[in-house]
Ligand binder design. Structure first.
Ligand code: TRP
Length: 466
């Protein structure tokens, strides 16, 4: 079953992937509850399938800062974080091939949140659905507009934008209720690019796109409404078998008796079955409905179908939950590597962009002159002292180089078979022969092509003078 879903997703995603070499997909999961079947069908299963598509760099994280907006019970936040991490791992997420981390392990996220806060329009935040709904409730009850509303709820979209923009994610798979948040992230990104972007070079932020996968089912809950913890109608993903069975028996049906034909339209039971079954199995169930299957039997079939898919995952889950220290280590390791590779260099560039700078250095990057609007690029003279090539070997046995400016990565090479090959590319670049499209190097995030050209020209000039 898992296989079938994988294939569908592989086809849709692979098509888009071939166009560009690597796209970044990012998903956050708020750690405020226990994983349920709706999360599994709507988020976990499709996301893990998508993570197997080649050419995609996937980011999955536990949004525990977001959880604090709603949950102020520490033990619940901790428990939920553990359960959700274990669930994703048990369902096949591989931290070796995707970035898997906990939001609160990346201090660059709240740091970027502040930078974005200072450019976010307050009026835009006033219109966020979740905040507005809370205000409307207060008004309905004759209360002060903001009674009982914490500023976290108000700032929620900015924190979410930081999650996405820090890693320049191209796509963010979300439910419809989150689309507005992605639009806001785009708005903040555009404002930032406009304010601080180098007009001649690359922009700081990629504009993310919301992806709503039409193939992915929204699962109904026990009462037929969308399965959601806010409706208290969820079926836990990893309940013991006995409990799963009991829960399934409590799905609401109509009162038709055995032998009476039953409607598949609007039947929560049928919809849940369909989300787990193959096309053939679904057709069989449809026929059984028409033939008047009893609700008891239908529920038994549903239970067995779900349990077949879930029980091997449940075994893994129980194993993981029994060793929380392993999960803790995995998360910390993911965050450490991700910070080194992306978050730290990225924040350094963004701090530069807004003017949080080393006072002893000449202005770096393009700078808008407040009075005349003229653009001043940094002089090549200041460049030569900073940027250097570093060659090294990775644990994969291949040879790499990067062009670094202090701790900022300006260029990162692909892996070469021999140090000689890596060296000859470095030599080429040192002669000023730089082709951003040759597939040998990628430009560091937030780095303007202009800057690289200027750095390489300065290095070439310096070598010539020697
Ligand atoms: N707000 C999202 C939700 O409730 C969770 C989330 C937090 C998220 N940060 C994100 C989702 C970044 C995608 C990208 O579902």
């Amino acid at each position: 079953m898992l296989q079938r879903v994988n294939c569908v997703l592989l086809r849709t995603s692979a098509r888009t992937v071939t166009a560009t070499s690597s796209i970044r997909i990012l998903t956050g999961i708020t750690t405020s509850g226990s994983p349920h079947l709706g999360n599994y069908v709507g988020a976990i299963r499709p996301a893990i399938a998508a993570s197997h598509v080649p050419g995609v760099e996937s980011f999955y994280f536990l949004a525990d800062y977001h959880a604090l907006v709603k949950v102020q019970e520490p033990a619940r936040v901790q428990r939920s974080t553990l359960e959700i991490a274990a669930a994703w791992l048990a369902c096949g997420l591989d931290p070796e091939t995707v970035w898997f981390y906990r939001q609160s392990d990346i201090p660059e996220i709240p740091e970027l949140t502040w930078l974005l806060t200072c450019i976010a329009g307050k009026g835009l935040l006033n219109r966020a659905h979740a905040y507005k709904a809370a205000v409307d409730r207060n008004r309905g009850e004759g209360q002060d507009d903001d009674a009982g509303i914490n500023a976290g709820l108000f700032m929620y979209p900015v924190l979410m934008a930081a999650d996405i923009l820090l890693f320049n994610a191209n796509r963010v798979p979300v439910g419809r209720d989150q689309v507005q948040h992605i639009e806001m992230a785009r708005d903040f990104a555009q404002r930032f690019n406009h304010l601080y972007g180098n007009p001649a070079g690359r922009e700081y932020f990629v504009l993310p796109e919301a992806v709503i996968d039409e193939h992915v089912a929204t699962l109904p809950g026990l009462d037929g409404r969308k399965m959601s913890k806010s409706y208290d109608n969820t079926i836990p993903l990893f309940a013991p078998r006995g409990e799963l069975k009991k829960q399934i028996q409590s799905i609401v049906t109509d009162s038709r008796l055995l032998g009476e034909p039953k409607d598949t339209d609007g039947s929560a039971l049928f919809e849940i079955y369909q989300a787990f079954a193959s096309a053939d199995e679904t057709a069989d169930m449809r026929a059984a409905f028409a033939d008047g299957i009893g609700w008891g039997d239908a529920k038994q079939r549903l239970f067995e179908r779900i349990d077949t898919e879930v029980s091997p995952l449940r075994e893994q889950y129980e194993l993981l939950i029994a060793h929380p220290q392993r999960i803790e280590e995995q998360l910390r390791d993911g965050a450490r590597r991700l910070r080194e590779r992306h978050a730290i260099p990225r924040l350094r560039a963004l701090r530069e962009a807004v003017g949080l700078r080393d006072l002893s250095k000449a202005p770096l990057h393009a700078r808008m002159d407040g009075v005349s609007g003229a653009v001043t690029l940094r002089s090549t003279a200041s460049v030569t002292t900073l940027a250097t090539f570093k060659q090294y070997r990775e644990t994969d046995g291949r040879f790499y180089f990067k062009l670094v400016d202090g701790d900022r990565i300006l260029l990162q090479s692909v892996g070469f078979d021999s140090p000689k090959e890596a060296g000859s590319h470095v030599a080429k670049l040192k002669r000023g022969a730089f082709d951003a499209g040759d597939g040998m190097v990628s430009v560091g995030s937030g780095v303007a092509l202009d800057e690289i050209t200027a750095v390489l020209a300065a290095i070439a000039a310096e070598n010539e003078a020697k």
